[in-house]
Design a protein around this ligand. Structure first.
Ligand SMILES: *Cc1c(COP(=O)(O)O)cnc(C)c1O
Length: 434
């Protein structure tokens, strides 16, 4: 299996090359040139398979021969060392909790998988040149990438984050690991960080000196493993014998697109719903048919503050760039911060369930879709972050009920190590001086 560029002006590549490059030379996203449905026997027998057996069967075709099967099996086992609880919130409504990984973000699975793939590819190289993963973060991505790549041989990780604009816990997750992980604290906004990273990828001065690669969700090794979540929920719900709808709080639309890939592989999903905050370009597009990007609006669900969702082009490819085909499979809703806060209160007061702002949006979108369509089946919303990461925006009366996980207890006492920079030149000097 090969990957082609969605800009269609670059050669097809193997999984390995797609992972190492991140983006195609024509700046397009890579997309698999075939998606083979899994056999019926796989679905009939799912109950008897472990998480890692399911994940291996799901990802295998996309890796092809670039990683030997026994190595891939081991990688998948090392990635999935935590739980993905499916919590019933009310009759026929479940929360799929994806935040029990080391950095309490659903991005842990993709980051850990990508890190191990890159580590394997490095170990196979005759030369021992390092790869430098350069990543800009508004909060969640940096922690997941730092943790996923920690102590991976031959990989240096450099994380840029905007000074004073990530939560205390998120900052600790980025700045306390040490070893092959370094943090650069940028005097500026997240957009400034991202602009510096983009500039570095195009800068010819690094050629032959530093091998830069990216670890954001455009990378196929971060995006595709997320298919597993949907299979894992299905395994536990299939005995109910009811149709299933997934509702996904979305920013760059990588996670929901992975669900749509799972459906292409034969997973019985009746419909997808996306929930967004005020950055609502996709729900608007579904309603009006025109894709109008605005400036990014800051919200309390800040991991979804994305004005131009990078993975949406992959979703369009899956539906042949036909909006009616897309509408038949996807509904979208958007919510204000006030609505999000009142959903968090409602969930807590009515069901005793504590949702983070992103999960709350997933829940609202699910309920609105069920009401609007009269859907009579099971609804699953994806809970993408632990509420402890958003203490400053969760209604005050709920905060004391949130239990601090061990991984956070251990980190709050550690000392932050970050190097402050304020210009691209300083970033460049720092990278070339390694
Ligand atoms: C990244 C993130 C999202 C959005 O996921 P996409 O794949 O970019 O749509 C939602 N919630 C949380 C907590 C996140 O960190």
């Amino acid at each position: 299996m090969k990957y082609f560029s969605l800009n269609r002006k670059a050669p097809d590549v193997s999984f390995r090359e797609a992972v190492v490059r991140g983006l195609a030379p024509d700046r397009g996203l890579y997309f698999p040139n075939s998606i083979q449905p899994l056999p019926e026997s796989f679905f009939n027998d799912m109950e008897n398979r472990s998480d890692s057996q399911i994940a291996f069967a799901v990802i295998e075709q996309f890796v092809s021969d670039d990683i030997p099967k026994d190595v891939l099996r081991r990688i998948v086992e090392e990635v999935l060392t935590f739980e993905f609880p499916l919590v019933q919130v009310e009759p026929d409504v479940y929360s799929l909790e994806l935040f029990h990984g080391p950095t309490l973000a659903f991005k842990d699975v993709g980051a850990r998988f990508m890190a191990r793939c890159l580590g394997y590819f490095n170990s196979m190289k005759s030369t021992s040149e390092n790869v430098t993963v350069l990543v800009a973060t508004s909060g969640d991505t940096g922690g997941a990438v730092a943790n996923g790549f920690y102590e991976v041989e031959g990989v240096e990780v450099v994380i840029l984050y905007p000074s004073g604009k990530v939560s205390d816990i998120q900052e600790k997750q980025l700045t306390t690991l040490g070893k092959n992980i370094s943090a650069l604290e940028v005097e500026g906004s997240f957009d400034d960080c991202q602009a510096m990273v983009k500039k570095a990828f195009l800068d010819k001065d690094f050629e032959g000196k530093v091998n830069l690669t990216s670890a954001n969700s455009i990378n196929v090794a971060r995006w595709l493993p997320q298919m597993f979540y949907y299979f894992s929920a299905y395994k536990r719900l299939q005995q109910l014998g009811k149709p299933i709808v997934f509702s996904v709080p979305s920013g760059n639309f990588g996670n929901i697109c992975a669900g749509m890939m799972a459906q292409k592989m034969g997973l019985p999903v009746a419909h997808f719903v996306t929930g967004t905050n005020a950055n609502d370009v996709v729900p608007n597009y579904l309603r009006t048919g025109s894709f109008d990007t605005k400036d990014t609006i800051p919200t309390i669900s800040n991991a979804m503050d994305v004005a131009a969702p990078s993975n949406f082009i992959r979703i369009e490819e899956l539906y042949d760039h036909d909006i009616d085909k897309l509408r038949a499979n996807l509904s979208g809703y958007s919510y204000t911060d006030d609505q999000t806060r009142s959903t968090m209160r409602y969930l807590y007061d009515t069901f005793g369930y504590i949702a983070d702002p992103h999960g709350a949006i997933g829940y609202s979108a699910l309920k609105d879709h069920m009401a609007d369509s009269g859907f009579d089946g099971v609804g699953v919303f994806l809970e993408t972050a632990h509420p402890v990461k958003f203490l400053d925006v969760i209604p005050k009366e709920i905060v004391p009920r949130i239990v601090l996980p061990d991984s956070i207890e251990n980190i709050v006492h550690k000392t932050k190590v970050a190097h402050k920079i304020s210009s691209y030149t300083e970033l460049k000097d720092s990278l070339l001086g390694r």
